[in-house]
Design a protein around this ligand. Structure first.
Ligand SMILES: *Cc1c(COP(=O)(O)O)cnc(C)c1O
Length: 388
């Protein structure tokens, strides 16, 4: 990989070296295992004295290509690719804690991340405390001698609350905490947590990275030191990504920058337009001046992202009516697709939370989450107008 090139160039040109067939596009290495020229070479490779690929649970050329490109984009030293975003999130915590350890997390985390913190890690004696994403001055009160990790997500799903990454970086350095960021919503194109001191970044590559709603995938990217522990955990617990999915996502990274530019442009246009429509109380989008953290958004993100949320005056009934009226936009829980997707979080992705828990992360009954696709903005507007 040419370190002097821009990240987007490295995401295109950082592909595997060509085989003897001199193919132009890197091939898919759909193989579970690899062979050795001799018993001696096999022994040396297993001992780590000889470079070589052993088995696809450990590594695989198609997977390695994805990791190298993602490291270039996130400015990280090493990585591991997993079967889904959640296996990456789980490994980011499970690999780094021991019984009795404590985790600080910002309250607005992804639903399954919340389940890991509240239902799964406590089984092994790992506890957690939620802190408010927008109140960094209060975070220190929650730190205990056994606190090890600071886990955060910005912008959050679906509340679009932001965490000040430079404050978080300072906070983690002061208290000696490992700083972990789920960078799924922003993608490295909009923000690079490593530039703010993040030690480990996780991704659901299922979302904007694939960008076309085809495959699941996850990424763990970090310093060489942290990734040594994370890689050990992953190699032996087996959340490895399929080489096929890695190959698909690696190709998708070649267009991430132009796709994100288009998603963000359309999302900003639609956010402004939605604010002028009747029947909508509030529109949330980090790059709208009405967003409470607009100044922070423009400071730490290069654009507002592809997710817009809005609250309908008519509450849940109006939200359901909108979802039932559209003919082009799709009802789905996924996000980060070429196709515009509408979700009603209160009755789907966040229905397991109590109304109070939902309110604490900004999910009202009338809230609709829109993942803005790449269709013409006027077609999205015409479709939304059927139900507004
Ligand atoms: C979707 C999502 C995940 C989980 O990713 P999967 O690929 O579905 O396992 C984690 N974090 C965020 C912010 C997400 O949006």
């Amino acid at each position: 990989m040419n370190e002097e090139q821009q990240p987007e160039t490295r995401a295109i040109r950082g592909q595997l070296p060509a085989t003897q067939y001199r193919e132009h596009s890197a091939p898919l290495f759909l193989t579970s295992s690899f062979t050795f020229p001799s018993a001696e070479s096999m022994a040396e490779t297993f001992a780590g004295n000889e470079e070589g690929i052993i088995y696809s649970r450990y590594n695989n050329p198609s997977v390695d290509e994805l990791i190298a490109k993602a490291c270039a984009l996130e400015n990280m030293e090493a990585g591991f690719a997993t079967a889904s975003g959640m296996s990456a999130v789980f490994a980011s915590m499970a690999a780094l804690v021991e019984q009795g350890d404590h985790i600080l997390a910002t309250r607005a985390v992804f639903g399954s991340t919340h389940q890991i913190l509240t239902q799964i890690l406590p089984k092994w004696g790992v506890t957690f405390t939620y802190v408010e994403p927008d109140q960094p001055e209060a975070w220190a009160e929650a730190v205990r001698p056994e606190t090890r990790l600071f886990v955060t997500e910005t912008p959050s799903n679906p509340g679009l609350q932001l965490v000040d990454l430079s404050e978080a970086g300072r906070f983690c350095r002061t208290h000696g905490l490992t700083f972990i960021v789920d960078n799924c919503f922003a993608t490295p194109y909009l923000q690079r947590p490593a530039d703010f001191g993040a030690d480990l970044v996780t991704h659901s590559a299922t979302k904007w990275m694939d960008g076309q709603g085809r495959v699941l995938g996850g990424l763990l990217l970090g310093s060489a030191e942290i990734m040594e522990k994370v890689t050990f955990f992953c190699r032996h617990t087996g959340p490895a990504i399929s080489p096929f999915n890695a190959w698909v996502i690696s190709k998708s990274l070649e267009t991430l920058h132009i796709r994100m530019e288009a998603h963000c442009r359309s999302a900003l246009a639609l956010a402004g337009w939605l604010g002028e429509q009747r029947g909508i109380d509030r529109v949330h989008y980090p790059y709208l001046p009405s967003h409470p953290q607009y100044a922070l958004a423009t400071r730490q993100m290069s654009a507002g992202g592809g997710i817009v949320t809005f609250e309908l005056t008519g509450g849940e009934a109006a939200a359901r009516r909108l979802l039932d009226s559209v003919q082009m936009c799709t009802r789905s829980s996924n996000l980060g697709d070429t196709r515009t997707i509408l979700t009603h979080p209160a009755t789907t992705t966040h229905s397991k939370l109590s109304r109070e828990e939902r309110a604490a992360v900004g999910i009202t009954d009338g809230l609709v989450r829109m993942s803005v696709g790449l269709e013409a903005v006027r077609d999205i507007q015409a479709d939304l107008l059927r139900g507004l």
